[in-house]
Design a protein around this ligand. Structure first.
Ligand code: GDP
Ligand code: MG
Length: 163
C-alpha cells in the first residue's frame, strides 16, 4: 500500500494552505479564522520516485477549557494511527503554544516518525522561535512558507526519507 502522511497541527497554522500547495489545487478550505470542522481530506502526491497519500486534518475552535477539543483530538489520533509519517505543522510567527505542546506529547507517544514544519516563515530570516522547536524533542524544524511556496521541496525530501 502507499505510505500515508498526515498533516497535523492546531487550527490556523496553515495545514490546508500547505496541503493545497502540494496538491497543486484548492481541495482543502483555507480559513482565515479557525472555527469550522472539516472532514479529513486526501490527495495523492508524487515526489521524486515516491507516491504517497497525504491527509489534511481539520480543526475546530476550542470552545471549552480543553486545550485541544475532544473532536479534534479524536481526528488527530485517528490520523496519527493511520499514518506512516506525521507532518507536524507549527506557526513560525506565533511560537509554541500549549496546544502545540499537547499535540507534541501525542506524537511522541505514537512512536511514529515525525517531520516538523515551521510554517509562515515568508522571508529568508529565521523564525524568532526557531530554537524553541527543538524543545519538542521531535527533531529538526524545517521552515516553510506555504503561501509563498518556500521550503516545500526540502520538506518533502525529509518526509520521503522515512518511507
Ligand atoms: P489550518 O487551520 O491549519 O488548515 O490553516 P489554514 O491553511 O486554513 O491557514 C490559516 C491562515 O494562515 C490563513 O489565513 C492562511 O492564509 C494563513 N497562512 C497559511 N500559510 C501561510 C504562510 O506560509 N504565510 C502566511 N503569512 N500566512 C499563511
Ligand atoms: Mg485546515
Amino acid at each position: 500500500a502507499r505510505p500515508m502522511v498526515a498533516v497535523v497541527g492546531r487550527p490556523n497554522v496553515g495545514k490546508s494552505t500547505f496541503f493545497n500547495k502540494v496538491a497543486g489545487k484548492r481541495i482543502s478550505i483555507v480559513e482565515d479564522k479557525p472555527g469550522v470542522t472539516r472532514d479529513r481530506i486526501y490527495t495523492e502526491v508524487e515526489w521524486l520516485s515516491y507516491n504517497f497519500t497525504m491527509i489534511d486534518t481539520g480543526g475546530i475552535e476550542p470552545d471549552s477549557d480543553e486545550i485541544i477539543p475532544a473532536q479534534m483530538r479524536r481526528q488527530a489520533e485517528l490520523a496519527i494511527e493511520t499514518a506512516n509519517v506525521i507532518l507536524f505543522m507549527l506557526d513560525g510567527r506565533a511560537g509554541l503554544t500549549s496546544a502545540d505542546r499537547e499535540i507534541a506529547d501525542m506524537l511522541r507517544k505514537s512512536k511514529k516518525p515525525v517531520v516538523l514544519a515551521i510554517n509562515k516563515v515568508d522571508t529568508k530570516e529565521k523564525s524568532d522561535y526557531f530554537y524553541d522547536y527543538y524543545e519538542l524533542g521531535l527533531g529538526d524544524p524545517n521552515e516553510i512558507s506555504s503561501s509563498l511556496g518556500l521550503g516545500i521541496g526540502d520538506l518533502l525530501d525529509e518526509i520521503v526519507k522515512h518511507f
